[in-house]
Design a protein. Structure first.
Lengths: 84, 163
């Protein structure tokens, strides 16, 4: 892993298209600005991992029974007092 | 072209049906092209079927179906890739996770919805900052909560209250 030390307002280039700027440093918090092309997603790592993990759980492993899913949704809507 | 999908058999895909996700979906960046399949009679659930990798497919649901007060709030940079004239024009869907053999426990990811520019056939997954939404909302529980707010008055419908 490459480790670089930067001061406020200094930046790092990753390839030709990605720039990371140290916008502010306050105590143990660093505010980073990221300049990247639109097709490159940029996220906090822990958030990225959480979303990635959930997407993986959601990715279909077998053919979904969409009619069963539809029945689940309609279940609570069919109330005896005829609310529709 | 004919797409051979493991779950939906052979699907006929026209170039103009293909939706491009320039940044892919988190964890599946190798898939940048998808098609939208309709496989349910009631039009509630939709399928996002990977073209670059037919093994990749997701179930989508419009969050407003079970969470009428759902609002996507993200910085405009996250939506720029959709090339929308106005961000409000984005079509908003949530990825559904269906636990094996337990459809009643299905959950929707409201923290990272999938947004589309239907006209330009572009898509992206956005991530909302810490807030009221999580990655696993029980669809059934949300529906029951919404229904529960209407109970107590069967003479007329009361407007849905939002928190």
């Amino acid at each position: 892993m490459l480790v670089l030390t930067r001061k406020r307002d200094e930046s790092i280039m990753i390839g030709d298209d990605i720039k990371i700027i140290v916008v502010d440093v306050r105590g143990d918090q660093v505010k980073l600005g990221i300049d990247a092309p639109r097709h490159i997603p940029v996220h906090r790592e822990e958030v990225y991992k959480e979303i990635q993990e959930e997407n993986r759980r959601a990715a279909l492993k077998e053919a979904p029974d969409l009619s069963a899913l539809g029945r689940v949704l309609r279940g609570p809507a069919e109330k005896p007092d005829g609310d529709a | 072209m004919r797409l051979n999908t493991p779950r939906f058999g052979e699907v006929d895909v026209k170039e103009e049906d293909i939706i491009v996700f320039p940044a892919g979906i988190l964890g599946f960046e190798h898939v940048q092209r998808y098609v939208w399949l309709e496989h349910s009679d009631d039009g509630v659930f939709h399928i996002l079927q990977g073209v670059d990798d037919p093994a990749v497919a997701f179930v989508l649901i419009n969050p407003l179906v079970f969470r009428p007060d759902y609002k996507v709030e993200v910085p405009p940079e996250q939506v720029a890739v959709l090339e929308l004239d106005r961000p409000e024009e984005a079509l908003v869907m949530a990825i559904v996770t269906v636990p094996d053999g337990d459809p009643a426990s299905m959950t929707a990811n409201l923290r990272a919805p999938v947004l589309f520019n239907a006209e330009k056939r572009l898509g992206c997954q956005v991530v909302m900052p810490d807030g009221p939404y999580g990655v696993r909302h029980s669809i059934l529980a949300e529906l029951q909560a919404a229904a529960g707010q209407e109970s107590g008055d069967d003479a007329q419908r009361e407007p849905r209250t939002t928190k």
